[in-house]
Design a protein around this ligand. Structure first.
Ligand code: NAP
Ligand code: F7E
Length: 340
């Protein structure tokens, strides 16, 4: 019988890549989707027709228990979150509820449905993956960051992710559950939400190239990130749930670039000079910035055999090309009816 996976955050960037990857591995894939008329769900049904949808919300404990009871998954991937860092200052309580408490609700649904209690053996159990984030490192105490680097989150999002991270560890230690966190650094793709800087830049370059816009307004160009390709990172999530022992892993490329270098690479990919078009705007700076993030993914390389495949310049060029194609065909980045 096919193994069954339940993915929260199925309508997001990672949800789509993970679903495709698991379907390719022969899994029966279920996606948890919220809302009574979520337009991203109709798109999902069109583009990933083999994914079965179960209704539920990370804010609603009962719905998660019902989803686990109905799907009877072997593996649960908790990717659902308020994931845009600036939004976490504007709606800090909602971020805490979805990104933080949502982890508790999902873990509880699994614990209750598998009949696990303190001291009971947790064999034949559902394996749980939590989407932790390099934003937990925040103001970094060392570079590169490893599984042992201290957390100093700089946003309500980072704080909520740290709660989910420690709670996942705690359920592993308290109940013997197979529950792990992947501490993933920034990963991008042509499916990335338009609010994140890589996609904002690739869409901005495409609009300028096609004469649809004359400038691109950005915040802090000096921030540095470790950017990889989302398709590579979902493989790491799966590998973590196949390991002999449940452990947490840092996933990233080990190389960092500044937003300025990202901008240079993206405009160069369209044969444009970025300095003619980019305008910086203080209003887009954050109340507390994460200046730099750079992964040390050695543990994942050695123990899981995981490697990233796409270099930074190729990733950026791929995103710019995809957005040029999308806009040339009259597509809308929020409604695009195909996935690159
Ligand atoms: P994303 O594109 O923003 O997707 C977020 C998903 O969460 C969407 O499917 C959204 O569904 C869902 N969601 C929001 N509120 C929900 C709720 N109340 N109940 C259930 N689902 C809800 O994020 P992503 O880039 O794919 O990232 C996936 C996960 O990895 C997130 O947890 C993110 O925080 C984490 N992460 C991402 C990165 C990265 O660089 N991409 C790095 C580290 C960690 P709707 O369609 O209903 O809005
Ligand atoms: O910002 C700077 C901004 O919003 C990256 C999420 O997936 O990765 C992501 O979080 C950097 C920051 O991603 C603009 O100040 C400059 O320093 O693309 P971002 P993020 O905040 O790093 C982590 C790992 C996650 O877990 C999150 O869920 O770019 N920046 N100018 C800008 N950023 C944006 N969005 N827009 C600008 O105009």
């Amino acid at each position: 019988m096919a193994r069954r996976a339940l993915i929260t955050g199925i309508t997001g960037q990672d949800g789509s890549y993970l679903a495709e990857y698991l379907l390719g591995q022969g899994y029966e894939v279920w996606g948890l989707a919220r809302g009574q008329a979520n337009p991203r769900v109709s798109r999902l049904r069109k583009l990933l027709a083999d994914v079965q949808v179960v209704r539920g919300d990370l804010l609603d404990q009962g719905s998660l228990i019902s989803a686990v009871e109905r799907v009877q998954p072997d593996e649960v991937y908790n990717l659902g979150a308020i994931s845009f860092v600036p939004m976490s200052w504007e709606q800090a309580e909602l971020t805490a509820e979805v990104t933080g408490m949502g982890v508790l609700r999902m873990l509880e649904a699994i614990r209750v449905c598998s009949g696990v209690s303190r001291g009971s053996a947790a064999s034949g159990q559902i394996r749980f993956y939590q989407a932790s984030s390099s934003e937990m490192f925040g103001q970094v105490s060392e570079t590169p960051q490893t599984e042992r680097t201290a957390f100093h989150p700089r946003s309500p999002y980072g704080v909520a992710k740290a709660y989910g991270h420690f709670l996942t560890q705690n359920y592993r230690e308290s109940y013997g559950m197979y529950a792990v966190s992947g501490i993933l650094f920034n990963h991008e793709s042509p499916r990335r939400g338009a609010e994140f800087v890589t996609r904002k830049v690739s869409l901005g370059v495409a609009r300028i190239k096609l004469g649809l816009d004359t400038e691109l307004r950005l915040g802090n160009l000096e921030a540095r990130r470790d950017w990889g390709f989302a398709g590579d990172y979902v493989r790491a999530m799966h590998l973590m749930l196949q390991a002999g022992t449940p452990e947490d892993y840092v996933i990233g490329t080990g190389r960092m670039k500044s937003v300025r270098e990202l901008v240079q690479a993206a405009f160069a990919a369209a044969s444009l000079d970025w300095e003619q078009y980019v305008v910086t705007d203080q209003a887009l700076h954050r109340p507390a910035e994460v200046d730099l993030l750079c992964a040390d993914p050695k543990k994942a390389q050695v123990q899981l055999g995981w490697e990233p495949t796409m270099p930074f310049d190729e990733l950026v060029a791929t995103m710019v090309e995809a957005d040029l194609r999308l806009l040339s065909n009259g597509g809308d980045p929020d409604q695009d009816s195909s996935w690159p």
